[in-house]
Write a protein that binds this ligand. Sequence first.
Ligand code: F6R
Length: 261
Amino acid sequence: MEVVIRPDEETAARVVGRIIAKELRANPHLVLGLATGRTMEAVYRWLVRMRRKERLDFSLCRTFNLDEYVGLAPDDPGSYRYYMNKHLFKQVNIDVRNTHLPDGQARDLEAECEQYEQRIQRFGGIALQLLGIGQAGHIGFNEPLSALRSRTRVKMLTPATIQQNAAFFGGPGRVPRRAITMGVGTILDCRRLLLLATGPEKADIVAKAVEGPITAMISATSLQLHPRCTVVVDEAAAGQLQGADYYRWIFANEPEWEEFR
Ligand code: F6R
């Protein structure tokens, strides 16, 4: 695992945007895994900016999102399809037919989960997966006790997650109780993982995810098992990392990071 610490949210999101742009330029057919949530909005702003200023080309890229709420229509403002259309897909030159999210309205949810896994495989697997982290440590909607080898499935959301996302729905009572999410095993199969966390409210969980023992209670700790995982944080989210000085030293000296400094 590598940890990149940047001064603030904007510069942290910019590093993430530039890593995605670099991979996309190297492989225009990139199979890109996407995430939603507040943190990702800054990343999508950078990608949109790069489309406008540098003609970053999304036309051949294929995307798979981590998760979608059960029961919400694609045009429901609370759905992750709506979020993605708004923050990214409608603002760059991506072909919407190349964008995939689980269908939260599928009649047979179990079959939908299985087909989502198969679709990812048909495109050769996910090359780069973008991740956020919930305050209780979930990646995707892999809530506490998610098996470390779990695959795409329906998960019940915890009261903490419902509370965290309540503002998007106008109150906790309106947040769907279930979501389809890629499993921890599905995420670990991606060839590269890129997690972004910003703000002081993420400092405690980032330290546990990066430096704590691996446990199914905090699905983000499973990232320690991945051979190519980059965690990008701002100073506020890095506040409780024991090894922060060491991570800064690597970022300042490792040639791979020169172009991102
Ligand atoms: C959403 C997702 C979640 C979020 C996490 C952080 O697709 O995968 O794991 O990344 O809940 O959300 P924010 O950024 O809103 O704090």
